[in-house]
Design a protein around this ligand. Structure first.
Ligand SMILES: NC(=O)c1ccc[n+]([C@@H]2O[C@H](COP(=O)([O-])OP(=O)(O)OC[C@H]3O[C@@H](n4cnc5c(N)ncnc54)[C@H](OP(=O)(O)O)[C@@H]3O)[C@@H](O)[C@H]2O)c1
Length: 254
């Protein structure tokens, strides 16, 4: 018996989102999968073994986000778990980065997640049950050179999700934020990050991150940081004086 009837997963075409979609399907949860790459979503649908609706949407485009939000509000075949996973980021000095790409990062990581969460909050509150899983990042706790926009979007996701967890509890809707660290997906290549010098023990695979996130959702937890090193990192970042945090930079932009 699946915990959820139907989950809508954004960014299901790759990485952590694809792993979450596969694990939900393995548990018997029907899916609505959202991303830009139709071929990958169709391939997922073909092998999932559950009912899968494919929604091709670019979540940096307001009309596409509105279309996905409308699907979440639909009473027919209701979505009872929303996974806001789609996300991206670029590295470099803010002044050197292309502004349209930076705007797109805010649009996908913040605005789309915000609008889809609202649609889910309304629909799930009316139903008296549901879950929202937001994928943030350790980077949300780490103000760092070369990662200004991405880190700030993930700080938004952390704060917003923690508040929503309290806000929606009485309505029977659980909200969980996952804060992964370095995870082997397409993220680093898309971000144009050279990650070759990041030590192996800091990496996790997408399946592990997905499993931790879904276990936390099942337990109704507000937050999950997968992996002991990431947990330690977040704990230190939360208590360390900012003047020390500013000195810890992984990126050499000079
Ligand atoms: N990998 C890491 O080290 C790491 C660490 C911490 C947090 N995270 C977070 O984990 C989440 C998943 O990332 P990942 O690591 O799995 O990276 P990934 O393999 O690059 O996957 C990103 C997903 O987001 C989708 N996406 C990107 N832009 C989109 C847009 N404009 N509209 C719709 N979908 C879009 C992509 O689908 P299409 O290209 O098909 O549209 C893809 O499915 C992100 O929120 C990321 O910030 C990643």
């Amino acid at each position: 018996m699946p915990r959820w009837n139907r989950a809508l997963v954004t960014g299901a075409s790759s990485g952590i989102g694809a792993a979450i979609a596969h694990q939900l399907a393995d548990d018997g949860t029907d899916l609505v999968v959202v991303a830009r790459d139709r071929a990958r979503l169709d391939a997922l649908a073909a092998e999932a073994g559950v009912d899968v609706e494919v929604m091709v949407a670019d979540l940096s485009i307001p009309d596409d986000v509105a279309r996905v939000a409308a699907r979440i509000r639909t009473e027919e075949r209701p979505v009872d778990l929303l996974v806001n996973n789609a996300g991206l980021g670029f590295t470099g000095r803010f002044a050197d980065l292309d502004y349209e790409r930076e705007r797109g990062v805010v649009a996908v990581n913040v605005l789309a997640l915000h609008e889809l969460s609202h649609a889910a909050a309304v629909a799930m509150s009316a139903a008296g049950r549901g879950g929202i899983l937001n994928i943030a990042s350790v980077a949300g706790y780490w103000p760092s050179k070369g990662g200004a926009t991405y880190g700030a979007t993930k700080a938004f996701v952390n704060s917003f999700s923690e508040s929503l967890h309290q806000d929606l509890a009485d309505a029977g809707v659980s909200v969980t934020v996952s804060c992964p660290g370095f995870t082997r997906t397409e993220f680093q290549d898309r971000a144009e990050i050279d990650s070759s010098d990041i030590p192996g023990l800091l990496w996790q695979d997408a399946e592990t991150v997905a499993a931790h996130a879904l276990a936390a959702v099942a337990d109704g937890k507000a937050r999950v940081v997968p992996g002991a090193l990431n947990k330690l990192g977040v704990a230190l970042l939360k208590v360390a004086p900012l003047r020390l945090v500013r000195r810890v930079n992984v990126r050499d932009l000079d």
